[in-house]
Design a protein around this ligand. Sequence first.
Ligand code: NAI
Length: 462
Amino acid sequence: MASYDVIVIGSGPGGYVSAIRAAQLGLKTACVEGRETLGGTCLNVGCIPSKALLHATHQLHEAEHNFAKMGLKGKSPSVDWKQMQAYKDDVIGQNTKGIEFLFKKNKVDWIKGWATIPEAGKVKVGDEVHEAKNIIIASGSEVATLPGVEIDEEIVVSSTGALSLPKTPKKMVVIGAGVIGLELGSVYKRLGAEVTVVEYMDAITPGQDAEVARTFQKLLQKQGLEFVLGAAVQGVETSKSKAKVTYKLKKDDSEHTLDADVVLVATGRKPFTDGLGLADLGVEMTERGQIKTNAQWQTNVPGIYAIGDVITGPMLAHKAEDEGMAAAEVIAGKHGHVNYGVIPGVIYTHPEVGSVGATEEQLKSEGRAYKVGKFSFMGNGRAKANFAADGFVKIIADKETDRILGAHIIGPMAGDLIHEVCVAMEFGASSEDLALTCHAHPTYSEAVREAALACGDGAIHA
Ligand code: NAI
């Protein structure tokens, strides 16, 4: 039995970051992880492997569609799926081993196995019971499927199965036009599959700025993705190697079916707390199965904290990381803080979508006065040169004070560009502050500045 100041349960981005920060702050720290490798869903079967496949297939798209226009002639590359999978697995390996290295460097012990909390102050892994003055639960989330839809990870797959299909399906149906559905749907479309996305709401990426969502849908349709919106999936039947998806259109209750070789279920995720023993401990939960915490990430049981996908808020790796660091700081007697008003969201399709802060729809519903500055990438020289001029930057600022309230970008490198606005918002900047900041030419970032200019006297290149 070992004794620790902090034991973190789970080594995803929330857990491993929390453990490293705790150790950096002088706390004797261990992290429990039952997978073969560190890094949780994100590094093993989520963010990282999907980005590898998005990168590879985007290169293919560029070769097929844009190389010849630039005078790069010759046959487009053919896909060696085994090699693409090997590349993806190598990327995963480099990242998970990187966390192992960081644990050693920071003297975080990796306790291998699945944790139970028999009582506050104790963590049981296998037959060993470890003492922990503080426990941080960072056990993440798992796929939330639908009634009538059984995931077998062969024909009906979650994102995990979709990352390692044996081959590109001819027909793929994606249930859910959220982040996972659109990212992985894009991968298989680029590889040659017919992809149909069935979505319950009347727009893709619910919650997104409506103008961005509309543009996004048009651009994805141009790439060949098909959408059925306002459709509630009733069930999926499988026989041999085929599937039949049944859905009802909400507008007239009519029932329809779609045939597919592979069905990707991407209808959200739910907190993963199995085996932790939370009910016996009396840890309070929300109605949605999330662990309830206060503003310092403490549960109602003293000494037990929770962060990331198991608590409320967006299920995003970077939100979990920030909470993990902050919780470790609170335990170390410092003032851990997360600014929930400035958490960016990114969709890594092509073009990318990056957003932060309030949407117009939100502000309207709150009756707040705001102004909008918009700039199309059509007016950005760099984007034009790179065949990346689809999309726009939209900055929303308070009508009276000019303080930036939100930004929504669809276009090249939107996931990186959004951070300029995040920093500005963190500093309470006005759109004029952004507009007065010199931006290097020619960069995509100039589009952000132009949108800020459009909040004031006007963009130059519009
Ligand atoms: P999501 O919540 O983003 O999207 C689920 C979609 O499924 C919604 O549009 C919803 O309306 C739809 N849906 C639900 N029930 C349905 C039904 N019966 N029929 C048709 N459509 C239905 O969830 P997703 O894409 O599964 O992602 C899970 C989590 O992982 C999310 O919290 C997401 O933010 C996170 N994630 C983030 C990524 C990123 O930051 N780039 C990448 C991948 C996942």
